[in-house]
Design a protein around this ligand. Sequence first.
Ligand code: ADP
Ligand code: MG
Length: 364
Amino acid sequence: MTSSKSFVKFDKVDKSYDGKVLVVKDLNLDINEGEFITMLGPSGSGKTTCLMMLAGFETPTNGEIYLNSKPISRIPPHKRGIGMVFQNYALFPHLTVYENLAFPLKVRKLSKDDIDKKVDKALSMVSLSGFEKRMPNQLSGGQQQRVAVARSLVFDPQLVLMDEPLGALDKNLRESMQYEIKHIHESIGVTVVYVTHDQSEALTMSSRIAVFNDGKVQQLSTPDKLYEEPVNSFVAEFIGENNTFAGEVTDISGGKCKVKLDTGGEIISNPISVNSKGEKTKVSLRPERAIIDPEEKMDNKHKGKIEEIIYHGDHARVRLNLLGNKEFILKVPNSSARMDIKRGNEIKVGWNSHDARALDPKSI
Ligand code: ADP
Ligand code: MG
């Protein structure tokens, strides 16, 4: 796919609010038509600023954004055909559900008949048919947010932007709304740019995720690749659970490297973003890649002392002191029912060097 064909293109976009500090730095991002792409990152990393520039409420300081290959700066916000849902982008409180949904259609001067049809369709999409006459304060938080989603879709936009739309909802409702939004996306195929700081939400919903930190995209990839193949320590630690070992490369050859740990000891790792002896690194190992009673062929075998056992229903998280890392986490299936998993006991743990990824210790 050539980048000139992308549906939305951020081309070398910088943004500064004060003329000094860049809060978005050299952003290059291509979004395909029909994609569900998520901007994921900690608070203050520049996600909302990117959405605001795409919507037209902020202007890039440098660079250009293209929509359908046209520079967007020449198109006023209301002509961009973009629907929006925000955490705090409340419904009009004095209008009924019907009137809230009809509003963007009246602005576009549709006939009463067309408005009725589109409102009907949008409400059924979010399973709220029959709620037309309710006022927003007669709806639960989840229902209000579903009306907001319906309103963003009611005028058949080419693109929908959602900025932390589920942030105010409790956990169960948030999870069911995640599936609901994902299913709506799948059924109507509209392009969605979604913003969240919640990594599990991003993993559940997205076709691709752009991980932001400090105004820069650290990695853009599919959920499984981000989890399995993080390119730097920031991404490894932000997404999923992670065991981290800080150290220095002492040898590198044959697709493996030796890392001398700051806490003492040595591990054999996979040199993902280190190239030579003497480099600082952080080695990332997913908890489920480490096992008790290591196989003979594993090139990392170490003893760890059990510090804590936390019951999680189907599995237990066992915290070990291993090679001076007191936060080493191991996942043990509940079915294993081992007698030696007791606080204070020493156990043998091992993993393959391939799964211990020696990464750049910094974010980009
Ligand atoms: P996120 O959505 O990832 O939390 P934002 O895009 O809201 O991040 O903010 C990025 C940075 O820009 C933050 O340091 C924030 O304080 C600053 N910022 C956001 N909006 C404005 C604004 N309107 N004026 C000045 N600074 C802003
Ligand atoms: Mg934000």
